[in-house]
Design a protein around this ligand. Structure first.
Ligand SMILES: C[S@@+](CC[C@H](N)C(=O)[O-])C[C@H]1O[C@@H](n2cnc3c(N)ncnc32)[C@H](O)[C@@H]1O
Length: 284
């Protein structure tokens, strides 16, 4: 992960987490809880901290720091409390967020839009890190954006399976695609709708997975997790008329996802790797 704060993957498929006040979480913290956390447990411990009522969770090397309005026994064990007099979590967190650049896209939070100067040819997406996965700070998202940015999507039908914040769906729509965005997490679908409106694009959205699509599309993009990609391989390849962009696959376990995708009829045209994750562009 890149340094600093990242949004929390509160949805079931999120494979990285870090920090976010969440779109609905505000307030001033009075208590700070630091819990040593193995990188492989970050998602689960962060989810426990949010469930315990955290108003902010910040991933630091080997430790998660969470802020609360008051100390609580509901936190995961093994950490330590300290006083945090009137900490404005949201302001501190916002100060750590910068625009993310991925291929031809830049993802800019709303509070930085006025000062953002787009580079020539840049497609600017306005997205706040929030309740769902997909602020663009995660390698899998940026890899997918890089692959999508290489495709000619004008007038092409595209489905984003596991849309999170809708970042990939909105990026594709900005390149002219006719996009359907689905996610099993209703909260993510709602966030996607809000973000689509904010970016002035129209998307079809539905709560569900590949089976919630109306039928095959030309391009499917799916940033999920390794085992989910493996289990959905047949359906993803069947839904993708010509191209499939897939990520959320760990480099270490890539064959767990790639074997079923190949068996379903996909051949890999491009494979990108970053921070232990891979993304592939496959063709049928
Ligand atoms: C890693 S996030 C990706 C979010 C966003 N597309 C991005 O690239 O940043 C994965 C998303 O997939 C969703 N998800 C998990 N399993 C799913 C499934 N079987 N079908 C559809 N969506 C799923 C999760 O709720 C989550 O929002």
């Amino acid at each position: 992960m890149s340094p600093g704060a990242h949004h929390a993957g509160s949805s079931p498929g999120a494979h990285q987490t870090g920090s976010s006040p969440g779109a609905h979480q505000t307030g001033h913290a009075t208590a700070r809880y630091e819990v040593p956390t193995d990188p492989s447990d970050v998602d689960i411990v962060a989810a426990q901290l949010w469930a315990a009522g955290a108003i902010g969770v910040w991933e630091r090397p080997a430790v998660l720091v969470a802020w609360f309005t008051e100390a609580t026994e509901a936190v995961p064990a093994g950490g330590s409390w300290s006083d945090e007099p009137d900490h404005d979590w949201q302001a501190a967190w916002k100060a750590t967020i910068q625009p993310v650049h991925a291929g031809r896209f830049a993802i800019v939070p709303t509070w930085l839009v006025d000062e953002h100067e787009p580079a020539a040819g840049e497609v600017t997406l306005v997205l706040d890190p929030g309740r769902a996965f997909g602020s663009g700070h995660h390698a899998t998202t940026t890899l997918c954006l890089e692959l999508l940015g290489e495709l000619d999507l004008d007038g092409v039908t595209l489905a984003d399976v596991g849309c999170g914040t809708g970042v990939l769906a909105i990026a594709a729509a900005r390149l002219g695609a006719e996009v359907t965005a689905v996610d099993i997490d209703p909260d993510a679908v709602e966030v996607t709708r809000e973000n689509a409106a904010r970016n002035g694009v129209e998307l079809r959205t539905a709560v569900g997975s590949v089976d919630a699509l109306d039928g095959p599309v030309a391009v499917v993009v799916a940033n999920l997790v390794t085992d989910v990609v493996a289990s959905l391989a047949d359906a993803l390849v069947a839904a993708a008329g010509s191209a499939l962009v897939v990520s959320g696959i760990t480099a270490e376990r890539r064959e767990v996802a790639l074997d079923p995708l190949r068996a379903a009829g996909m051949h890999i045209e491009t494979m990108l790797e970053r921070d232990g994750w891979i993304a592939v562009l496959g063709r049928r």
